[in-house]
Ligand binder design. Structure first.
Ligand SMILES: C[S@@+](CC[C@H](N)C(=O)[O-])C[C@H]1O[C@@H](n2cnc3c(N)ncnc32)[C@H](O)[C@@H]1O
Length: 201
């Protein structure tokens, strides 16, 4: 895989105990009420949100680079007969071909260099249908935990810069949260749920 971030998570997913692996994290719980229709979940991890969305009637496309995570999700979706298409791909260079009613990106884009992160963000925005929600969680400036980052290529977003990219969208949620991390370091997250403007009538 030749990427520290992907290897970091793949290792974690291989050793994750089953019960913990099946729990929605707080960011995913925040996302739940905004999911509808065709959902794209990029950086889906073990696919807990993808499965929860499908169980609520959404048709889900879930993409992640971790072979362990995608294998787990495929098996779970098959066993539970859930409408989830799980794809293994490096999202720094993944062509998005369809449009979606909801786009979810929780904990992914900071693992790209900033130009790639903003390019992918813009592409995701384009593939969200008018009136649909973009659910985004990223690490922002102030984060000091770096064990999972590729040293030369990651992106700690500036909140104001990120919010600028959603100018004209309706903000459903915008919250910053700090979490303690190993070695007395900090993870600072920004979660934004923004609704794309409907087409002018
Ligand atoms: C912090 S986890 C978030 C997983 C899930 N969204 C969640 O909230 O639990 C980051 C995810 O991004 C994936 N990832 C990191 N770099 C990636 C890349 N270049 N392409 C695709 N997935 C990547 C990892 O495999 C991991 O599943």
């Amino acid at each position: 895989m030749q990427n520290r971030s992907i290897e970091f998570f793949d290792r974690q997913f291989r050793s994750a105990p089953a019960a913990a692996a099946l729990k929605l994290n707080p960011f995913e719980t925040t996302a739940l009420p905004f999911l509808q229709g065709d959902v794209l979940d990029i950086g889906c991890g073990m696919g807990n949100l993808a499965c929860a969305a499908a169980a609520r009637g959404c048709r889900v496309t879930a993409v992640d680079a971790s072979p362990a995570a995608v294998a787990h999700l495929r098996q779970r979706a098959h066993e539970e007969r859930l409408a989830v298409s799980a794809i293994q791909a490096d999202l720094r260079d993944y062509p998005i071909e369809a449009d979606y009613d909801t786009v979810v990106s929780i904990g992914l884009l900071m693992f790209f260099d900033c130009p790639s992160a903003y390019r992918v963000l813009a592409e995701l925005q384009q593939h969200l249908r008018p009136g649909g929600c973009f659910v985004l969680t990223v690490l922002v400036e102030g984060t000091t935990y770096d064990a999972m980052f590729e040293p030369a290529s990651h992106c700690l977003f500036q909140p104001a810069d990120l919010l600028d990219r959603f100018a004209g969208w309706e903000t459903e949620r915008c919250q910053s949260e700090d979490f303690e991390a190993p070695g007395q370091t900090l993870k600072r997250f920004l979660t934004l749920v923004a609704r794309k403007p409907r087409a002018a009538t």
